[in-house]
Each structure stands twice: as structure tokens, then as C-alpha cells.
Design a protein around this ligand. Structure first.
Ligand SMILES: NC(=O)c1ccc[n+]([C@@H]2O[C@H](COP(=O)([O-])OP(=O)(O)OC[C@H]3O[C@@H](n4cnc5c(N)ncnc54)[C@H](OP(=O)(O)O)[C@@H]3O)[C@@H](O)[C@H]2O)c1
Length: 228
């Protein structure tokens, strides 16, 4: 039976690259996007039976509708990849950071990730080996020293990592992990990044299909556990 995998924010970048890798490995992929038409176009581009779903992670009604659609179409979910995120404050100093920018960033990257996870827990419960992958970032690590870059984004990814730990405790039967794709050439990462989107997506694909289900509550990069 093909694993059914939902990737949020997968019309471009690391999410789209992961969709291609997973389909090539025989998975049934569902591509999420705020724009249902773009989701369908990306799904057609990926091929292999991939489908698209309108899914705005900041909108409860949109998330609930997506969960209903996937329930009707597939009846279960094996992997939820929480890949959607925004980066609004590239080089802004913390001292100039507007609270509204921090709130908007947290609303998408943290609250949105929780909202989607909560909505899909019942469908994940229909899987024999359910997995949640939270696409985080080394920028949210508390181990690497302080960074004077994108404070709202970094704070949000540190919170995503704690969300991973909280979900791990709340969902004993689900394999939940955070991962860092490394700095990749995407709309978010820019053209100077050393990695391709496919290289960034590799760990996501590994966590979705290959990593042992006993690997839980960890922060993973390049298929290896890294410090929080
Ligand atoms: N690129 C890097 O160097 C890098 C490094 C470390 C971590 N990451 C992480 O990797 C993940 C993917 O990043 P990327 O570089 O591929 O970024 P990207 O090209 O900017 O793609 C981000 C995706 O997020 C989606 N998105 C934004 N707001 C959304 C919302 N409210 N609801 C649903 N989807 C939303 C967008 O989808 P739609 O516009 O179609 O809705 C878009 O496809 C992110 O979590 C990012 O933080 C990236």
C-alpha cells in the first residue's frame, strides 16, 4: 500500500522537491498550498497520481476543509510534513523588530504548524506507522550561539522545535521529529545558498519513508540527529 503523505506549502522550493522525490519512491503525495489552483498545477507537474489541496495553515476553516477532503479521498494519512513557513525579517535587528512582524511569523510558523497537526491527528491515527515531520531550521537552534539575523524567524523555529517535543509527548504512537534542510536555493533561501532544494529535501524524504519509527522527538539534519 502506498504511503499517503501530505506536504504543506509544496508548490515550490523544498516542499516541491520533496514531493518529486517521494513520488519517485512510490508514495501517494498530496501537495498543499494557500491557492488550490497552484496546488493542482504543481500536482500535475509532479505526476504519479499526486493531488493538490487548498490549505492555508493560518485559517482553521481551510485546514478543516483540507482534512475532510483527504479523509474522503484517502481515508488515512501516513505522513504529515509541516513544511510551510514565512521569513519576513531577513536582516532586521531585534531592536527594530516590529511586534506585528513577530506575531505574524509566529502565527504561520508555530500556530499554523500546531493547527495542522491537531487537525490531522485523527487521520494519522488510521495509519499503522504515522509520522509528523516539522521542517524547522538550524536558525532556531539554541546550541549554535546567538545569531543577529532574522530574529522573528529564528524565534519561531526555536518554538517549532519545542512544538516537536510537545507533540512527541502528546502522541506516543506517532513518530514526530524536527528537521533542518540546510541553506537551500529557494524563494526563501535566495540564489546564493549552497544547496539545491533537492538536497534540502533529502532528509524529509528519508524521515518520511526510511528512518526507523523509533526515531522520535529528535532534531535531524543530513539524516543524522543534531543538538537542539
Ligand atoms: N530555504 C532554506 O535555506 C531553508 C533553510 C532552513 C529551513 N527552511 C525551511 O524549509 C521550509 C521550506 O522552505 P523553502 O525555502 O522551500 O520556502 P519557500 O520557497 O518560500 O516556500 C514556502 C512555502 O510555504 C508556503 N506557505 C507560506 N505561508 C503559508 C500559509 N499561510 N499556509 C500554507 N502554506 C504557506 C508557501 O506556499 P503557497 O504560497 O503555495 O501557499 C510556499 O510554498 C520552511 O519551513 C523553511 O523555514 C528553509
Amino acid at each position: 500500500m502506498k504511503p499517503v503523505i501530505l506536504i504543506t506549502g509544496a508548490t515550490r522550493g523544498i516542499g516541491l522537491a520533496a514531493a518529486k522525490q517521494l513520488v519517485a519512491r512510490g508514495a501517494q503525495v498530496i501537495i498543499g498550498s494557500r491557492d488550490g489552483k497552484r496546488a493542482a498545477e504543481a500536482a500535475a507537474q509532479v505526476g504519479g497520481g499526486t493531488t493538490g489541496v487548498a490549505l492555508d495553515i493560518t485559517d482553521q476553516a481551510s485546514v478543516d476543509a483540507a482534512a475532510r477532503q483527504i479523509t474522503q479521498q484517502f481515508g488515512r494519512l501516513d505522513v504529515l510534513a509541516n513544511n510551510s513557513a514565512i521569513l519576513l525579517d531577513h536582516y532586521q535587528s531585534l531592536l527594530d523588530l516590529k511586534p506585528e512582524v513577530l506575531l505574524e511569523t509566529l502565527n504561520t510558523n508555530v500556530v499554523g504548524t500546531l493547527r495542522v497537526s491537531q487537525a490531522f491527528v485523527p487521520l494519522l491515527g488510521k495509519s499503522s506507522a504515522p509520522r509528523i515531520i516539522n521542517v524547522s531550521s538550524g536558525a532556531g537552534s539554541l546550541n549554535g550561539g546567538s545569531q543577529a539575523w532574522a530574529p522573528a524567524y529564528c524565534i519561531s523555529k526555536a518554538a517549532v522545535n519545542m512544538l516537536t517535543q510537545q507533540l512527541t509527548a502528546a502522541l506516543p504512537d506517532v513518530m514526530v521529529n524536527s528537521m533542518c534542510p540546510g541553506w537551500c536555493r529557494t524563494e526563501m533561501g535566495g540564489s546564493n545558498a549552497p544547496r539545491s532544494p533537492g538536497e534540502g529535501a533529502d532528509t524529509l524524504t528519508w524521515l518520511a519513508l526510511e528512518a526507523p519509527h523509533s526515531l522520535r522527538g529528535k532534531f535531524v539534519k543530513d539524516r543524522a540527529v543534531i543538538p537542539w
